[in-house]
Design a protein around this ligand. Structure first.
Ligand code: GLC
Length: 594
């Protein structure tokens, strides 16, 4: 075995499993068709029963919901369909009463254009809040003579990252949609307003924050034109000048000094747009006093085209292994800490993406991913429905079922392009529909399935805000893919997740052990060891729909005494006596303690 890295310092938040709730789709308590806070409160015993220690609540603040709550118009009030501040206080109290913590989504790279701050800023060039946002004059295009945007930055949701304001005749920056103006963190008053908001929630008793695209808060001075990498369009990905920018560490250290250090809280920063472990390690190093961990996007980005993430691209198991292995080793060797996720409200479902969602494979694949996820170093985040082996929306759904703004924008831009190219009102869009089924964020946002009843017990309304998965309607399926049925079945994916969360808590080698990847170029088997002092765990997983036999490499010692800790298929799971061979069924995975 290679020489181990120093064992990470232990902490409750490193050992905790965290459950992510997307409020609109979790549980509707009052028959409106939209999930709400009282609905979440009513399911706290279920959440506790999973064994998780903390809940991450996606945005619940007042919002016009252009980007489903990530466009906030008042940071201190609740989106009324979700309930009231009183409902929130009850949820928090009841969460704490069950020994769990609750973290909020902090969305402060941008706010809504309906926020009082932006309304003031927009009212005149001399308004005191004008500088709270990025305003610039347009540029006269040398070729066309027409006014165009101040630079070539592309929005994450497509098109230019600038919107023209008729009244004051300047453009404002918004890296996402026009209704999400970017806050100018260079302005100290902005930072103070953010810190004040954070204190307000922490003083209420919340236990920390997941910080939305927090690596975008510092932009390069002067907002220079981005390098041209896409020759088909004028706009270009702007991230070299706005992600992990020049003052981001300074701002986060200030936030830590001013707010975080004064509370016992959990912090995780969402940080897309780079895959460089060395860039992200400093955010999480305890001595830097910034954040505890970050969400990096390398697995999330693995199966999408870099310039157009809605376009799926092929991936290989060896790539996935390399990505996971690099983060496992680099972060821990440097003294930082990982956060682990395979799903969230922005990603397609992991079984569909990484394994097979065919009915005969779905449950075992869900369990295989639970083995992978629970046997890595980092704080693990589980997205609602992941525990039920939820999969992407059915292939038969039409484009009208997709609600997400990123998906809608993509659809509309391709449609427009094809209309102008072909002159047809209804050009063929079947390839784009197939992409939506694979990559749309809506795949994660179908309502939670609670019981084998109409609308799966999510709502009593006849018109839920988003269509339920056909699992909840189709007689062949709706008996299986819900909480009630799976709770009663000892072999369900749900009960397997509970087992994995428990085993992870009981076997610290799975949380803190050093990671060594085995057989890196094998395209079928994902295997590794974890080592913590004299404890060694061996994880072997068959990432294919065919049975296979894996020969454990000779670098792994101590096989004679191997004890099966857990597996996702029936059988004794013995390593052959005197041999190094393990026979694995389709999508079978096992963890041994050596
Ligand atoms: C984050 C959120 C995503 C949102 C975006 C803009 O990536 O997770 O849902 O659309 O930020 O706030």
């Amino acid at each position: 075995m290679p020489a181990p890295f120093p064992t990470p310092e232990k902490a409750w938040w490193k050992e905790a499993s965290i459950y992510q709730i997307y409020p609109a789709s979790f549980c509707d308590s009052n028959g409106t068709g939209t999930g709400d806070l009282a609905g979440i409160t009513s399911k706290l015993d279920y959440i506790k029963g999973l064994g998780v220690k903390c809940i991450w609540l996606c945005p619940i603040y007042e919002s016009p919901q252009v980007d489903l709550g990530y466009d906030i118009s008042d940071y201190k009030s609740i989106h009324s369909p979700y309930g009231t501040l009183d409902n929130f206080e009850t949820l928090l109290k009841e969460t704490h009463a069950r020994g769990m913590k609750l973290i909020m989504d902090l969305v402060v790279n941008h706010c809504s254009d309906q926020h009082a701050w932006f309304k003031a800023a927009r009212s005149s060039k001399t308004d005191p809040k004008r500088d709270w946002f990025y305003w610039k004059k347009g540029v006269v295009d040398s070729e066309s003579g027409k006014l165009r945007e101040p630079n070539n930055w592309r929005s994450v949701f497509g098109g230019s990252a600038w919107t023209y304001d008729e009244k004051t005749e300047e453009y404002f920056l918004r890296l996402f949609c026009p209704e999400q103006p970017d806050l100018n963190w260079e302005n100290k008053e902005v930072r103070e307003a953010v810190y004040e908001t954070m204190r307000w929630w922490l003083d209420k008793g919340v236990d920390g924050f997941r910080m939305d695209v927090i690596n975008l808060i510092s932009k390069t001075d002067g907002l220079p034109d981005a390098k041209v990498v896409d020759h088909t369009q004028w706009t270009q990905p702007p991230f070299e000048f706005c992600a992990n920018g020049p003052r981001v560490h300074e701002f986060l250290q200030e936030m830590n000094r001013e707010v975080l250090s004064k509370y016992d809280c959990l912090t995780v920063g969402e940080m897309p747009f780079s895959h460089d472990t060395q860039l992200y390690i400093p955010y999480t190093l305890p001595k830097n006093n910034e954040l505890q961990m970050v969400f990096q996007f390398e697995i999330a980005d693995m199966d999408g085209e870099p310039e157009s993430p809605m376009r799926a691209r092929k991936w290989t198991l060896s790539t996935l292994k390399e990505i996971i292995g690099r983060w496992q080793v680099d972060m821990i060797a440097a003294g930082g800490w990982n956060s682990l996720y395979l799903e969230n409200h922005d990603q397609a479902r992991s079984i569909t993406r990484l394994c097979s969602d065919a009915p005969e494979h779905r449950a075992i694949a869900g369990k295989l991913l639970a083995i992978l996820h629970s046997s890595l170093s980092g704080t693990q985040y589980i997205f609602q429905g992941q525990e039920l082996a939820q999969i992407n929306v059915p292939r038969s759904w039409g484009e009208e079922e997709y609600k997400d703004i990123a998906t809608r924008n993509y659809w509309n831009s391709v449609l427009e392009e094809r209309r102008s190219k072909t002159g047809e009102e209804n050009p063929d869009m079947s390839d784009i529909l197939a992409q939506c089924r694979q990559k749309s964020r809506d795949n994660a946002r179908t309502p939670m399935q609670w019981s084998p009843t109409p609308n799966a017990g999510f709502t009593t309304s006849a018109s839920p805000w988003m269509r339920l998965h056909d699992d909840a309607l189709n007689a062949d399926h709706f008996q299986t893919w819900n909480v009630e049925t799976q709770s009663a079945d000892p072999n369900s994916c749900l009960n397997f997740w509970k087992t994995m969360i428990k085993l992870r808590g009981e076997n610290q080698v799975l949380i803190y052990g050093n990671f060594t990847l085995l057989s890196p170029s094998d395209e079928t088997i994902f295997a590794y060891t974890r080592q913590l002092e004299d404890q060694v765990a061996l994880v072997v997983m068959n990432f294919s729909a065919e049975p296979t036999t894996y020969t454990i490499p000779t670098e792994v010692e101590g096989l004679e005494g191997a004890r099966l800790l857990v597996g996702n298929a029936e059988g004794e799971g013995k390593i052959g006596e005197g041999s190094r061979e393990v026979a694995l069924k389709a999508w079978e995975g096992r963890i041994y303690l050596l």
